[in-house]
Design a protein around this ligand. Structure first.
Ligand SMILES: CC(C)(COP(=O)(O)OP(=O)(O)OC[C@H]1O[C@@H](n2cnc3c(N)ncnc32)[C@H](O)[C@@H]1OP(=O)(O)O)[C@@H](O)C(=O)NCCC(=O)NCCS
Length: 162
């Protein structure tokens, strides 16, 4: 049974501690990416009810540091589903607990594939976008998927897996 993007939403929140930071007192990029990966996987597991594996990550930029003592939150929400793959938008924010200021530090798209316990790919339920924004996100990702597939497929379409 498909879920709406809102129903797939997962938020992970944590205090940035010294063992998570570099020598400048900023959250390590790898620490943040690990949390993004886990939150994305959880959203996909919630949607599909299956085990998932990360197959692709779009570009991630680190424009704003998350500082020691701040609250880092990672929100993951599905934007698109294919046959076995799911695309998740992941937004990381940093909150300064003294001032209450919140900034978005990173936005990235992760793609996961659903796997059965036998290690084979399995079909996922279709995502059910509700709002205009969710519908438009879904259509944009569907176009990107078709373009990417077109680029990896023989002209006669003989490799069609859908
Ligand atoms: C993920 C994995 C199972 C895919 O297996 P595969 O036989 O290569 O699968 P396919 O080429 O048929 O792709 C499966 C799905 O992933 C999607 N996919 C594959 N490469 C992709 C990419 N670069 N970007 C986005 N989606 C991608 C395909 O479009 C397909 O989606 P669909 O079923 O919705 O049409 C396999 O590549 C794997 O095990 N990779 C290692 C995963 C891992 O260990 N991740 C942790 C990081 S170390």
């Amino acid at each position: 049974m498909g879920k709406t993007p809102e129903e797939t939403k997962v938020v992970m929140t944590e205090l940035v501690l010294p063992n998570m930071t570099n020598l400048l007192g900023n959250l390590l990029g790898g620490e943040l990416m690990h949390r993004m990966d886990i939150a994305g996987a959880l959203a996909c597991m919630r949607h599909s009810g299956a085990q998932v594996t990360t197959v692709a990550v779009d570009a991630i930029e680190f424009k704003h540091p998350v500082r020691l003592g701040e609250m880092v939150s990672v929100e993951a929400k599905l934007v698109w589903t294919g046959k076995t793959s799911m695309k998740v938008k992941i937004t990381a924010t940093a909150e300064n607990l003294a001032t209450g200021a919140v900034i978005v530090t990173n936005v990235a798209m992760f793609t996961f594939v659903a796997m059965g316990r036998d290690g084979r790919k399995i079909t996922v339920p279709k995502l059910l976008p509700q709002t205009d924004e969710e519908k438009s996100d879904f259509e944009r990702e569907e176009r990107a998927y078709l373009l990417r597939r077109g680029a990896h497929q023989p002209q006669d379409g003989s490799d069609d897996k859908r």
